[in-house]
Every structure is written in C-alpha cells, then in structure tokens.
Design a protein around this ligand. Structure first.
Ligand code: PLP
Length: 410
C-alpha cells in the first residue's frame, strides 16, 4: 500500500498538452498558435544571429569551464541586466538600491520574488499581504504564488467589449484593495491579452498605487520583443522607480534572446530612496542568497554567459537590437496581414484589436467552441481562451488561418 495512494491525478498542463496534440497531428496544413515561442517565416525556431556569434565566442574561449557560478549568478550578467531593465543612468543603481540574483529564467524570478514576499514582506495592514493578479494573467502566476502560500486576488484587466484594457475596472480595484497589497504588473506585452496600458495610464496606476502604499511586482518577459525598442518596453518600470517605489522585477531572457531552454533570467529588488537604503538592500540581498542557496544552490551558467557576452559588448548589443526588430517587426506584419484578410472577407465582428494589441499574443475574442472547431476541422491549435501566439503565423499560413476563422465565426 503506497503512502501516496490518495494522490489524485492532476490535469495535464493545458499548454504543453496542446503542444503534444499538435505534434501528433499528421495534417500538412496544421498551424501551431499555442506556445509562446518565436518562429521564423518558415514556422521553425530561430536562433538569433547575435546568439550564434556569442556561442562562437564562448566556444573559442580556452578558459571556459563547467565550474559553479556564485549563488547570485554571473556578476557581469546581473549588472548588465540591471542596466537593461532600469536604464544605465538609473539613480537606483547608482545609489546601490538594487539587489539582483540570476534565476531560472522568468519563472524562477517570479518564484524567488514570491518566496521572498511570503517570508519577508511586512505591509502596513495584515490584509495587505495579498497578491493581486490581472484577470486574466499568465496561468503559471496562480501556481507560482499559491505554492508559496501568498493569498491571491484578481483585478479586472481585459474588456470583452473593446478587447482592450478595462482601465476603469483595474483602477477601481486598486483603489479599493487594502493598503500595502502586492500588485503583479506585466511590464509590457501582457500575456495572454496583448493589451498594455498607455504611458498616461501607467502614470495614473502609479499615482493610485502610491496613495494606497501598494507594492509593485513587475513581470517582464518581453522587453524589446513587444515594440522592438528596449527602452519603450521598460518604460513603466523606469517610471515606477522614478516615482520612488520599492519594487520587485522578474526579468526573462527566454523570448528576447531566444534562450528558452537555457533558463536565463534575473530577479531584482529595488529599495525606495532614503538614508538607509543601501544597507537595507545589502541585508535583503543576503537573505535572498540564502533562499536561492536552499532552492537551486546556484543558477545555470550557459544562457547567462551568452546574454552577458552580448549585453556587455556595444557592437553585439546593437546587433541584438537589430534581431529584436526582426522578430517584433515580423509579428507586427502578421498582425496587419491577419486583420487585413479578415476585413477583406468581411468576417463578422471587429478586428482592430488584432493590430491594437502588442507582443507575442493576441486575444482574438474567439469562443471556446470556435477554438475547438478550428482544431477539429482546420488543424489550428490555440488555447481555449482564444489566445493565439502571433509568432505561429507566417506568409504561408496567415490566409489559411484567416479563412478558417471566417468559417467558424459565420
Ligand atoms: N511571465 C510571463 C508573463 C510569461 O509570459 C512568461 C513566459 O511565457 C514568463 C513569465 C516566464 O517564462 P520563462 O520562465 O521561460 O522565462
């Protein structure tokens, strides 16, 4: 008799289950719009040319070995990551108010942040120790934060009517959430909706959160990938730092470097400005190191070495910016092509949201039954909530997809 006989079979991860179903489908017309990973115009993974160069540089280094990294990770990588996300001239960096640790990509950074908050966050009110997630959000957020026993609530985010931001709903909930509440914000290219606040809306969000002494936790998985510009995509984070917030950032290099499986990411804690800020930062860094040591001991080296090679070399850095424009540009073109085709066919409904939304994903507004019909009749694979990964579209399949949508919508 097993001591685990009472363990219930858990449902398969919906996204990875979808990937398996796609792989098993033998139809040559099949289209994968599920997983959020970049594909080139031939629907295959793309190794960024600058990453190939960094690979070559690393492989030709006779001193490269497989030793452990320090607990906090590769120092050249974490310091370059700070500059990338906060801006090289950030007062927070100059005043030593940032503690950074290399993590297991963005997921690990979210987890470390959650664990840190659950151990050490001491808000002004006891109800404040709740994390508010956007509705909807990246599904893994729910699991990550419930694993560390942080109570979870939601704030409205997506308007089904406009297929844009439900700004009034969001602000209303922030205004009524207890003082000190933790608010998880997607820095750019919101997953799954592709809907971001405007800069003016971000300013209003910051104002309300300041009044309510709420604590921002930014999840940034798409810097440079959304707009093609690194400094447009980190604007919200820089604004909150300028406003003097104490905050957390989970930074992923999966999408913007195409380093998905290498698990390169970074976690940052920023202390608000004040007389003891650098001491507080150092104390927090020491506690984060203990958490990290017990969980992963030290992070994996290779992906961080690749990113660090690029981030710390001005020539390679500008080539990387070119690669980012290639990826974001192709996605923007696919948005335009999809919208144009749907409008040309006069497919029922409005389709402006396809080009209004940004980043890897689009929330199409297709219903679950339409999604299932697309899968069964047309071999198109997307998540049940109607989200498509724009990277799965290309000049060879965008018309086919548009026609399939047209057929299931009518
Ligand atoms: N956060 C969001 C919003 C994401 O969409 C993703 C990836 O899909 C991640 C975090 C983390 O991904 P990774 O752990 O691969 O960096």
């Amino acid at each position: 008799q097993s001591a685990f006989g009472a363990v219930q079979k858990a449902p398969e991860d919906p996204l990875f289950g979808l990937m398996a179903a796609y792989r098993a489908d033998k139809d040559p017309k099949k289209v994968d719009l599920g997983i959020g990973a970049y594909r080139d115009n031939n629907a295959v993974p793309w190794i960024l040319p600058v990453v190939k160069k960094a690979d070559d540089i690393l492989h030709s280094d006779p001193d490269l070995n497989h030793e452990y990294l320090p607990i906090a990770g590769l120092a050249d990588f974490t310091s370059a990551s700070q500059k990338l996300i906060f801006g090289a001239d950030s007062p927070a960096i100059q005043e030593k108010r940032v503690a950074s640790l290399q993590t297991i990509s963005g997921t690990g950074a979210n987890h470390l942040g959650g664990l840190f908050l659950s151990r050490f966050y001491n808000p002004s009110t006891s109800e404040g120790k709740t994390i508010y997630l956007s509705s909807p959000t990246w599904a893994n957020h729910n699991q990550i934060f419930s694993n560390v026993h942080l109570p979870i609530k939601n704030y409205p985010y997506f308007s089904k009517d406009t297929k844009g931001l439900d700004f009034d709903g969001m602000i209303g909930t922030l205004k009524s959430a207890p003082e000190g509440s933790i608010i998880l914000l997607h820095a750019c290219a919101h997953n799954p909706t592709g809907v971001d606040p405007t800069q003016d809306q971000w300013k209003q969000i910051a104002t309300v959160m300041k009044q309510r002494q709420q604590f921002p936790f930014f999840d940034c998985a798409y810097q440079g990938f959304a707009s093609g510009s690194l400094s447009t995509d980190n604007w919200a984070i820089r604004h909150f730092v300028e406003q003097g917030f104490e905050l957390l950032v989970a930074q992923s290099y999966a999408k913007n470097f195409g380093l998905y499986g290498e698990r390169a990411g970074c976690f940052h804690f920023v202390t608000s400005p004040g007389s003891h800020a650098s001491e507080t930062t150092a104390s927090v860094a020491s506690q984060l190191a203990i958490l990290q040591r017990s969980e992963i001991s030290n992070p994996p080296a290779y992906g961080a070495r690749v990113a660090s090679t690029v981030l710390n070399n001005p020539q390679l850095f500008s080539e990387w910016e070119g690669d980012l424009r290639t990826m974001s540009g192709r996605i923007i073109e696919m948005r335009q092509a999809l919208r144009a085709k749907l409008e040309e066919m006069q497919t029922p409904g409005k389709w402006n949201h396809i080009t209004d939304q940004i980043g890897m994903f689009s929330f199409t507004g297709l219903s679950e039954s339409q999604v299932l019909a697309l899968r069964e009749k047309y071999h198109v694979y997307m998540t049940k909530n109607g989200r498509i990964s724009m990277a799965g579209l290309n000049t060879n399949n965008v018309d086919y997809f548009a026609k399939a949508v047209d057929a299931v919508v009518r």
